[in-house]
Design a protein around this ligand. Structure first.
Ligand code: IPE
Ligand code: IPE
Ligand code: MG
Length: 246
């Protein structure tokens, strides 16, 4: 098991012979849970359960291959438009994951951060989030950002208001950045969306400024570590110019 993990890690690193091509921060729009379930004649909620399992698998793979930050879009500010039963089932999955995280993440060396407007959640849920976020598994832990009740526009308005209130004058890019949910973290170098959709749906609108994109046809519960490797390979081949001439 250990040897296989090490071999995979080495393979990713060797891909272009340059460690710096493994992104520090990957973000994933985990889309397609509903279609995965419907195509099997199952309720959409089963798709979300499978999606949550897939998240656990991919997070531990990211940790193995040396990714430092993994941000996943789990529930958007627009997803409240869905039927109550579906929303409740998704919230229950977060709750279950956070309970599990409280018990096990220290040993798994993952640091959870929740990105989003948490003011809508009840006290118990917020308390659980606080507890999990304040756990400190160690300096080399994977930071897993879970975007829940997240909207990129809402984040920008919140950050702009907070920056302005602090400074009471014209704000700079770094003032605004300091108030984003991702403050202090590098921007994602690579954003992956599954399920064959080609849009951001409000994800990381500020942080995606120079991200590379990879679109996968796989529905999120069907996503694999091999497909993640393909995304990393595509990323390693991109010519990132940041506006300059090379
Ligand atoms: C992504 O899968 C999960 C959430 C948005 C919560 P979907 O539920 O959007 O799946 P599809 O797009 O309907 O297949
Ligand atoms: C984006 O997926 C949000 C998440 C994956 C959580 P949606 O399924 O909500 O996005 P749209 O409605 O297809 O744009
Ligand atoms: Mg969707």
């Amino acid at each position: 098991m250990f040897r296989k993990k090490e071999a995979k890690k080495a393979a990713v690193r060797q891909r272009d012979g340059n460690m710096s091509r493994v992104p520090a921060h990957i973000a994933i729009i985990m889309d397609g849970n509903g279609r995965w379930a419907t195509s099997r004649g199952l309720p959409r909620t089963v798709g979300h359960r499978e999606g949550a399992k897939k998240f656990r698998e991919i997070a531990s793979y990211c940790q193995e291959i040396g990714i430092k930050y993994l941000t996943v879009y789990a529930f958007s500010t627009e997803n409240w438009k869905r039927p109550k039963e579906e929303v409740d089932a998704i919230m229950q999955l977060f709750h279950d994951y956070l309970i599990e995280a409280r018990q096990e993440l220290r040993t798994r060396n993952i640091h959870i951060q929740v990105l989003g407007d948490l003011s809508v959640f009840d006290g118990e849920f917020r308390q659980l989030i606080d507890e999990v976020q304040s756990m400190n598994p160690g300096p080399d832990a994977l930071v897993a950002n879970l975007a829940i009740n997240y909207g990129g526009r809402a984040e920008l308005v919140m950050a702009a208001n907070a920056a302005f209130a602090e400074k009471q004058g014209p704000i700079t890019e770094s003032d605004l950045e300091a108030h984003l949910y991702t403050a202090g973290q590098p921007d994602p170098e690579l954003i992956i969306r599954t399920s064959g959709e080609f849009r951001l749906s409000g994800f990381l609108l500020w942080q995606c400024s120079y991200s590379e994109f990879y679109f996968s046809d796989l529905l999120w519960p069907d996503f694999t570590t091999d497909e993640l490797d393909r995304a990393l390979e595509a990323f390693a081949g991109r010519d990132r110019r940041f506006g300059a001439v090379k």
